[in-house]
Design a protein around this ligand. Structure first.
Ligand code: X2W
Length: 286
C-alpha cells in the first residue's frame, strides 16, 4: 500500500471512531441481550470476530448477555449416537435420552466454545444455563414434545451481580423443572425470556438471514409490532421467521425497548447495528 493510501485508511478509522460517540453515549450502561443461533456460529474466525465485538461492547460500558442455540451441533451429536430426532413447529421432540445429549452439547461444547472465545479476547465470560442460580424455571410446553420447556419463572439477579463485576454471562437455553426435570428450551424463546426479565434495551437475534423481508423479498429495516402482525396474517412472514418474530413481539410486550433480527454471519454485525447510523437487519419497535 502507498503511504498516502495508508494515511487515508487511518484517517477513515479515526473518523469512524469519532462518529460513534453519540451511539457510545446512548448505550452507556444499556443491557443488550444477543441470541447467537447455531446457524450463525461459523468458523473459528467468525467466532473470534463475534467475541471481539462482545468484548468491545463491554469495554465501552454496555452490559452484554449472550444466549446461544446450537441446533446443528445437537443434531451432529445425536447422529453420532444413532438417536433419531424430529421437530414439531420448530421445537425438537425431546425424550429422556435426547435431553441428556442436548444438555451435554449446549452447556458443554457450545457454551464453553463461546466463553473461551470471549476470554481469549480479553473479556471475562462466565457460562451458565437457566438452571444456574434459578435463572429460568420451566414448565412442560406440551406432553407430546417431552422434555421441552416454556420459561415460567425468571430470576435474573445473578445477571445483575455479574454485570456489576464486569462479567459477560453466556447462557445455554436449558431450564430446571419444579420436579427435578431438565427442560430443553428453544434458544430464541430463552433469549426473549431473559431479555424480558432484564427489561433489556435491545434484544439482537443473530441468525443466518438478513432480516424480515417484505412481499417483494426486500429486508425491511424498521417495523412496528403491528406491521409484523399484519405481515404474518398475509403470509409474508412465514416458516422459520415466525418463532423469531413471535419472540420479538413477546419481548416488546414485556418491556424490551427494541428487537433487531439480523444476519450474525455478516462481519461485525453487532457493532454495525449498535454503533453506526447504518444499523443492520430489521429493527422492531412496539
Ligand atoms: C433447541 C435448542 C437449541 C436451539 C434444540 O433442541 O435444537 C428446542 O427445539 P438454534 O441453533 O438457536 O436453533 N430446543 C426445544 O434453539 O438452537
Amino acid at each position: 500500500m502507498k503511504k498516502q493510501d495508508m494515511n487515508r485508511d487511518w484517517i477513515a478509522t479515526a473518523a469512524t471512531l469519532n462518529s460513534a460517540l453519540p451511539y457510545l453515549q446512548r448505550y452507556d450502561g444499556a443491557i443488550v441481550v444477543i441470541k447467537l443461533g447455531g446457524h450463525a456460529m461459523g468458523s473459528d474466525e467468525a467466532m473470534e470476530s463475534f467475541a471481539r465485538d462482545v468484548v468491545l461492547m463491554r469495554q465501552v460500558g454496555v452490559n452484554p448477555v449472550v444466549v446461544h442455540g446450537g441446533g446443528p451441533m445437537i443434531n451432529a451429536m445425536l447422529d453420532k449416537l444413532d438417536i433419531r430426532s424430529e421437530f414439531v413447529n420448530g421445537k425438537r421432540v425431546t425424550d429422556a435420552a435426547t435431553v441428556e445429549v442436548v444438555e451435554m452439547v449446549l452447556s458443554g461444547i457450545v457454551n464453553k466454545r463461546i466463553v473461551q472465545a470471549i476470554n481469549a479476547q480479553g473479556g471475562t465470560a462466565v457460562g451458565l444455563s437457566g438452571k444456574d442460580a434459578n435463572l429460568m424455571t420451566c414448565e412442560q410446553t406440551d406432553a407430546s414434545l417431552g422434555y421441552v420447556g416454556t420459561p415460567a419463572e425468571m430470576n435474573p439477579k445473578i445477571l445483575h451481580d455479574l454485570f456489576s463485576h464486569d462479567v459477560i454471562p453466556v447462557i445455554a437455553p436449558l431450564g430446571a423443572g419444579r420436579n427435578g426435570e431438565t427442560f430443553n428450551v428453544n434458544g430464541d424463546t430463552a433469549a426473549g425470556a431473559i431479555a424480558s426479565a432484564l427489561k433489556a434495551d435491545r434484544l439482537l437475534l443473530l441468525t443466518d438471514v438478513s432480516g424480515v423481508k417484505n412481499a417483494a423479498g426486500e429486508v425491511v429495516t424498521e417495523l412496528k409490532a403491528g406491521q409484523i402482525r399484519e405481515m404474518t396474517r398475509e403470509g409474508t412472514i412465514a416458516g422459520g421467521m415466525i418463532p423469531k418474530t413471535e419472540t420479538a413481539l413477546d419481548a416488546l410486550h414485556s418491556g424490551v425497548r427494541a428487537v433487531v433480527i439480523l444476519d450474525g454471519r455478516a462481519p461485525n454485525a453487532v457493532l454495525l447495528e449498535l454503533f453506526t447510523e447504518h444499523g443492520a437487519g430489521s429493527l422492531i419497535r412496539p
